[in-house]
Design a protein around this ligand. Structure first.
Ligand SMILES: *Cc1c(COP(=O)(O)O)cnc(C)c1O
Length: 428
């Protein structure tokens, strides 16, 4: 029989790289146990929600077309999401095309001309700059007379409470809090920290609406932002919550009046959540949500493993291999464009789909520098699947995430290291 190490060697991973990985893994067993315990908790939460909402076969297979009045799969799924997130209501739709769309929808649904949006956690995710109008763009909130203000984080990555108190004004209608670091090297926030921030803002102005960009955060902890006061919790189904199976979609979970507004914004005033056919994607939405806690656990193990490896090699990794995790993203500051390119090419080479293609940096819509992306995914662009992105600008950090299974994440990370070794960037 072929040995496991031979299988790795056959894919091009040299023995010294494999052995280095095994050495790092030895120190991570306790960490992995902790990740599994959270997955178990979240699995019970998701299964319980499906049982409480009486999910049945009709929900999975009812084929709604046309207007989509009375689509039982869609309506029950929204109940399930509301139950998982402990919210009054939820909007979970294939018509929400991605995370940016879900966030744009939530903002546009609530804000009116003359209102102000505040980000108390520094700059939001790149694609939101055009949604808000930080970078001028067609259809931005700015074009509708909605203003924006931002309070930077303090140098140590914590909230600037004094600055926030000064920034909240009469016109502050909504606050947006991004849980994950995105393409920044700041820390991601724990749900606990987000809860403190929301409590602080609500004390200043009780009627302010707090939205959390939960992309990459779902099921990483036992609690979600909606458990600590968020009025709207927003994310993408081609990240954590879709469990790798959802082929499209986004969700917003929150207060009923706000979710109704999102429905009116998504479809049309007057129609709201009543329309929107699910066109046969429901089984993947349910089954993906069901798998999501353990898929997220696999991705987290991969992230911790990558942190362990690159930290040991002397790179700055955010978070480091011992810190607690609040999202599935692992940033590694490789410091050079060559490092970013080699890392991404290694990830690509381990993919089940498109492993033979060579990623190159290019100008992606919504981003302000060239970006190199490695993704050989079953769902195009899905970043709960093993993927890596690197904006081609200092500090030349690569953002690594996903892996539908831990073993595949491990393979990808070893392959990134192999490519770094081949280019002479690391010495193994
Ligand atoms: C991915 C992401 C988004 C945008 O989601 P897309 O599906 O890529 O449009 C927004 N915010 C954060 C923090 C993200 O990670």
């Amino acid at each position: 029989m072929t040995e496991l190490t031979d299988l790795y060697e056959k894919t091009g991973i040299r023995k010294s790289v494999y052995e280095f990985g095994e050495e790092i893994l030895c120190g991570l067993r306790e960490r992995f146990d902790g990740i599994d315990r959270i997955a178990e908790y979240n699995q019970m939460k998701v299964t319980g929600a499906m049982q409480d909402s009486q999910v049945n076969e009709n929900c999975l297979h009812y084929y709604a077309s046309g207007y989509g009045y009375n689509d039982p799969g869609r309506d029950v799924l929204e109940d399930v999401y509301a139950s998982v997130f402990h919210t009054e209501s939820a909007l979970v739709r294939p018509q929400i095309t991605c995370g940016t769309h879900a966030l744009s929808l939530a903002l546009g649904a609530v804000l009116r001309p003359g209102d102000e949006l505040l980000s108390p956690v520094g700059k939001p995710y790149d694609t939101l700059e055009e949604v808000i109008g930080i970078r001028p763009s067609h259809g931005s909130l700015a074009e509708y007379g909605i203003t924006y203000s931002q309070v930077e984080l303090l140098a140590d990555g914590t909230f600037d409470y004094d600055g926030i108190a000064k920034a909240v004004s009469e016109r502050t209608k909504m606050v947006t809090i991004q849980r994950s670091k995105g393409y920044l090297t700041r820390p991601s926030f724990s749900v606990g920290q987000i809860g403190e921030l929301i409590a602080f803002v609500k004390k200043l102005k009780p009627d302010v609406i707090c939205m959390v960009d939960n992309c990459y955060g779902e099921f990483v902890e036992e609690k979600e932002p909606s458990d600590v006061g968020a009025d709207m919790t927003v994310g993408s189904l081609i990240k954590n919550a879709g469990g790798g199976l959802a082929p499209i979609g986004g969700y917003i979970a929150g207060r009923k009046d706000l979710i109704d507004l999102c429905g009116y914004r998504l479809t049309s005033p007057g129609l709201g959540k009543e329309v929107g056919a699910s066109l046969g994607v429901m089984q993947s939405f349910y089954q993906g949500l069901f798998l999501a806690p353990s898929v997220v656990a696999g991705a987290l193990k991969g992230a911790v493993f990558a942190a362990g490896i690159y930290e040991k090699l002397g790179y700055k990794v955010i978070p480091n291999s011992t810190e607690s995790r609040h999202d599935i993203i692992q940033a590694v500051e490789l410091g050079t464009p060559e490092g970013v390119v080699a890392f991404c090419r290694g990830i690509q080479a381990a993919a089940p789909v498109d492993a033979y293609v060579t990623p190159e940096p290019w100008a992606m819509p919504g981003y302000d520098s060239d970006v190199i992306m490695a993704a050989g995914a079953f769902v195009a662009g899905s970043s709960i699947e093993l993927s890596a992105d690197g904006p081609m600008k200092p500090p030349y950090a690569v953002y690594f995430q996903g892996g539908l299974t831990w073993h595949h994440a491990k393979h990808g990370i070893l392959m990134s290291l192999e490519y770094m070794a081949r280019e002479g960037i690391v010495d193994l």
